[in-house]
Every structure is written in structure tokens, then in C-alpha cells.
Ligand binder design. Structure first.
Ligand code: THU
Length: 134
């Protein structure tokens, strides 16, 4: 699947978003090496802090289906004037499984930028950070 198609898929998830509080739908689509794609949308909650971001919905769908170490590209899309930058918590969760991930970040007019996750989260704390010093 091309980058353009992955972004289009992320945009198509906006209609699934459950956003009664922010009215800000976000869609995501995560492409794996074997061509599998896991989609996500944000799912809000009356207890606001329980809200799930679109990227993390896609992430947990992938991991729970056995795809945890073959990610290649994630697209995230929103309708705003600015690019729909992944929040800090999503960057951290993505880094856990794929520091080498490429992230496509789209804005409402359809334009998008491609960035390495390592640029979005430099010096990220990950599984190897927990290895004790000898
Ligand atoms: N949101 C996401 O889905 N992903 C992000 O990375 C940023 C924020 C959602 C959460 C909430 O439902 C809405 O956008 C407004 O913050």
C-alpha cells in the first residue's frame, strides 16, 4: 500500500471516531511488513482522561493480533488546519514497539508530511533503556 493510500485510509476512519466532547475526529492506519493494516480512531469518554487516541487504538489492535515487530508506516489524520501531530503518549507507545517507524502526519486539506518516529521522539525511553549497567 502506498503512503497516499495509507493516509486516505486514516482519513476514512474519521467517520468512526467517537468524539462527543472534543468534536475533533482523528484517524490512524498502521501498515505492517506483510501488508496487514490496522486502523484506529479516537474513542472519547465522559471521564475525559480515559479517552483513547486513534494511534493507540491502531497500535493495540496490531499487538493484540500478533503484529508487534513488523511495523513499517503509521498514518495519522485530522481535519484541522495544522498537521495532526501525535500526542506525547502516542509517540512513547509507538517507540516501545518500533523506534524505526515512519509516521505520516496529515492535516485537513489532505497534505501530509513523513517523519521518522525518532525525530518526533528523540532520545526516547524504550525497552533497551531498562537494561542494567554491568
Ligand atoms: N487525539 C488523537 O486521537 N491522537 C493524538 O495523537 C492527539 C489527540 C484525540 C484525543 C481527543 O479525542 C481529541 O484528539 C482531542 O484531543
Amino acid at each position: 500500500m502506498s503512503h497516499d493510500q495509507l493516509v486516505e485510509l486514516a482519513f476514512s476512519m474519521l467517520e468512526r471516531a467517537y468524539v462527543p466532547y472534543s468534536q475533533f475526529p482523528v484517524g490512524a492506519a498502521l501498515l505492517c511488513a506483510d501488508g496487514s493494516v490496522f486502523t484506529g480512531c479516537n474513542v472519547e469518554n465522559a471521564a475525559y482522561g480515559s479517552t483513547l487516541c486513534a494511534e493507540r487504538v491502531a497500535l493495540v489492535k496490531a499487538v493484540s493480533e500478533g503484529h508487534r515487530d513488523d511495523w513499517s508506516v503509521l498514518a495519522v489524520a485530522g481535519n484541522g488546519a495544522d498537521y495532526c501531530w501525535p500526542c506525547g503518549a502516542c509517540r512513547q507507545m509507538l517507540f516501545e514497539f518500533c523506534p524505526e517507524l515512519t509516521v505520516l502526519v496529515a492535516r485537513g486539506d489532505g497534505d501530509y508530511v513523513a517523519l521518522p518516529l525518532k525525530q518526533l521522539l528523540p532520545y526516547g525511553f524504550g525497552p533497551t533503556s531498562l537494561i542494567p549497567a554491568p
